[in-house]
Design a protein around this ligand. Sequence first.
Ligand SMILES: NC(=O)C1=CN([C@@H]2O[C@H](COP(=O)(O)OP(=O)(O)OC[C@H]3O[C@@H](n4cnc5c(N)ncnc54)[C@H](OP(=O)(O)O)[C@@H]3O)[C@@H](O)[C@H]2O)C=CC1
Ligand SMILES: CC(=O)[C@@H](O)[C@H](O)COP(=O)(O)O
Ligand SMILES: [Mn+2]
Length: 402
Amino acid sequence: MTHTITVLGSTGSIGTNTLDVVARHPDRYAVFALSASTQVDAMLSQCARFRPRYAVMASAVHARALRERIAAEGLPTEVVDRPDALEWISAHDEVDMVMAAIVGAAGLAPSLAAARAGKRLLLANKEALVVGGDLFMRTVRASGATLLPIDSEHSAIFQSLPEDPATWPNRVEKIILTASGGPFRTRSPETLRDVTPAQACAHPNWSMGRKISVDSATMMNKALEVIEARYLFGVGPEQLDVVIHPQSIVHSMVQYRDTSVVAQLGTPDMRVPIAYGLAWPERIASGANPLDFHALSAMTFEAISDHRHPERYPGLSLAWQALRAPEGTTAVLNAANEVAVEQFLAGGLRFDQIHAVNLATLEALQPSKVDSLPALLDLDAQARRVAWEQVRRCASSERVSC
Ligand SMILES: NC(=O)C1=CN([C@@H]2O[C@H](COP(=O)(O)OP(=O)(O)OC[C@H]3O[C@@H](n4cnc5c(N)ncnc54)[C@H](OP(=O)(O)O)[C@@H]3O)[C@@H](O)[C@H]2O)C=CC1
Ligand SMILES: CC(=O)[C@@H](O)[C@H](O)COP(=O)(O)O
Ligand SMILES: [Mn+2]
């Protein structure tokens, strides 16, 4: 049987890896729709190769350019430009599964639309859960959607948990997320003020988009992942732990009541969790190289506290702080971090000031309860405005704290 798939964010790192796996199994998967933001050439090539029914570009200018190129090439794809185009290709009756791989809170509405429509939802877009955690999980439960985590740690945790979620509360003691430590694990914290976007994006083990690469360097990626795990697996903040594992081979672990630890291992290649999500509960070829235990030199683990935390990774503890604060605080943290990272990548903020913007935004904005998509989007917009004020203050400051 062939399953139809919509890939949101198809031109990105997760999007292209998804299409790589899909292309290996033409008998199992057919591309229904693709979406991107700015990369018209890449989208055109994907349309030529996968011949989706629909394509969506995030802006009207890029949609127009793509439509002209598609017409010139004589391709069958229709470029959809209605205001709710992303939600429409995610919830369409003829779609079986949706890969949510847009970066940032921009992915929340279409991911939620797929959840509401009861699709098999392959969720890479961790920010959607960080912003809309409770609403998201309520929507999944109400619609009967199948939610499969794609983030490597959460896929590992899902693979290490018992099949029946009803058994998790009695059996699971804690969830241990592994963190690579990023490109600056051994660099002196005092020198972090000078790092460039290129250095921050040079992840030691994974090739990823620029935003998540910077998050890995600050360890905000792990903070977002702690929040993501709290919602996905319904555990309390006190049941979540992080350990540094520089080789990124153990992708995360579950510790049970009897102290047994179950982990998932593999080479660092996102096609593995993507193939798992696509085929679950079956297993299909991913294209990744298998682990060679005869050639593995070492797998090591280090405590975060060994790394002069909080100087090197000050953002990590914000995850627990936000989870213990009123609902909506995680959305504020996410918005602040998106603004701060964007500014760092644009040259408007120092690397070591990203945390200051996040902290100052959390302190300046205490959200009230948010339980609808419009309320979440309002809060996200409000938090971005506050974060911008903090960026402006920081930009004129020599200090880390702004
Ligand atoms: N990369 C990885 O290995 C991993 C990624 N993730 C998560 O997956 C998500 C995607 O990450 P990654 O693939 O690295 O990111 P990329 O930056 O590589 O790709 C992002 C994709 O989203 C599109 N996009 C960007 N902004 C918008 C917008 N405002 N509206 C609609 N589409 C938009 C981009 O389009 P265009 O390129 O055309 O501009 C691109 O297709 C993130 O949430 C990340 O945290 C999780 C685990 C691992
Ligand atoms: C591939 C993936 O899931 C990323 O989130 C990756 O784990 C980043 O690594 P660190 O954040 O541990 O450096
Ligand atoms: Mn991850």
